[in-house]
Write a protein of this length. Structure first.
Ligand SMILES: [Zn+2]
Length: 105
């Protein structure tokens, strides 16, 4: 092995942020932390429906969803409240041919 071209190799612990389990490994980085591991991942535990939310992503999504739903409801209300007004000017067809032209067309 050549000297001084290889990174430092640590015997270190890996810590899971969700279930706090610890195991040993060798790595070029010391003090590894993971957000999910095979002990607590729903795929391995069989609890497929359980959502593990360590970073608040589900909460943030729910907030955004609530905001967008209220905006959509407001927009729908505004659309309903705008009354369909009669056009100020008669249509050009009515002007030229009179009222009966509409029934013919
Ligand atoms: Zn874990």
């Amino acid at each position: 092995m050549k000297k001084e071209i290889h990174p430092k190799y640590y015997q270190t612990d890996v810590v899971c942020g969700t279930c706090q389990s610890v195991w040993k490994t060798a790595s070029t980085r010391a003090n590894l932390r993971v957000s999910i591991c095979a002990n607590c991942h729903p795929f391995y535990t069989g609890e497929q429906r359980k959502i593990i939310d360590t970073e608040g992503q589900v909460d943030r999504f729910m907030k955004r969803l609530a905001v967008s739903q209220t905006r959509q409801a407001d927009a729908a209300r505004r659309k309903e409240s705008t009354v369909q007004k009669e056009p100020k000017k008669k249509s050009l067809l009515k002007e030229i041919y009179g009222e009966e032209s509409e029934s013919q067309a």
